[in-house]
Design a protein around this ligand. Structure first.
Ligand SMILES: Cc1cc2nc3c(=O)[nH]c(=O)nc-3n(C[C@H](O)[C@H](O)[C@H](O)COP(=O)(O)O)c2cc1C
Length: 195
């Protein structure tokens, strides 16, 4: 089993989303042989996408300058980890109704025309072929299913766009109120029941 495991909370490995995502990975692996690619997006030093980097993605490798080569190499390593993975486990707290900006920067390095998606006769076709993404989303308030949740719909759309077949969300909501303990318990219950 091949798993890509990504944390994004600025609170690091102690963050609730990181702890729950680790529990998902342990549950998926449970005794099987597994190859787990782990990344904490806070340690990646990924900047915002720039014109230089984006233009470099379109060039042949031998035409790229040094910075473009480094960015393309990094992007290609993210894509290679995901290609044909059985599972992506993504820990993502809600920040300002959406994701941490590191998640957006990571997606900007993963979603590349001709590399991770292409356009077919019937529209876009994802090329990554990841069987399933488990997205662990922690939130201070309660947003799932509401018009103010600008995180889950985008994550689901962009992951499917690059070829993730199925996306399951595991929420721990209301973490800022008195609901934190029950929210984590419910998330752990959902994780325990994952196939
Ligand atoms: C910069 C920042 C922005 C946040 N914005 C929101 C928000 O828009 N909605 C919300 O419900 N919680 C928001 N929160 C609260 C976090 O989502 C919440 O504390 C969550 O439990 C953090 O999860 P973690 O322990 O996995 O980092 C924000 C927290 C931070 C640090």
């Amino acid at each position: 089993m091949k798993i890509v495991h990504i944390d994004s909370s600025i609170a690091g490995r102690e963050a609730t989303s990181s702890v729950l995502a680790k529990a998902v990975v342990d549950q998926l692996v449970s005794g099987q042989q597994a190859q787990v690619h782990y990344r904490d997006l806070n340690q990646e030093g990924l900047g915002h996408l720039t014109d230089e980097v984006f233009s470099g993605f379109q060039l042949d490798a031998n035409q790229r300058n040094e910075a473009q080569q480094a960015a393309a190499k990094r992007s290609e390593s993210y894509i290679a980890e995901l290609k044909d993975a059985d599972a992506l486990v993504l820990a993502v707290p809600m920040y300002n109704f959406s994701t941490p900006s590191t998640v957006k920067a990571w997606i900007d390095h993963v979603a590349r025309a001709g590399v991770s998606f292409t356009y077919g006769e019937n529209g876009p076709v994802g090329l990554l072929n990841v069987k399933k993404a488990y997205v662990v989303s922690t939130r201070g308030g309660q947003y799932a299913g509401s018009a103010f949740d600008h995180q889950s719909p985008w994550i689901e759309q962009v992951l499917k766009f690059v070829g993730v077949q199925e996306v399951e969300f595991i929420y721990a909501e209301g973490m800022a109120g008195g609901n934190a303990e029950q929210a984590v318990q419910a998330a752990n219950q959902q994780i325990a029941e994952l196939a």
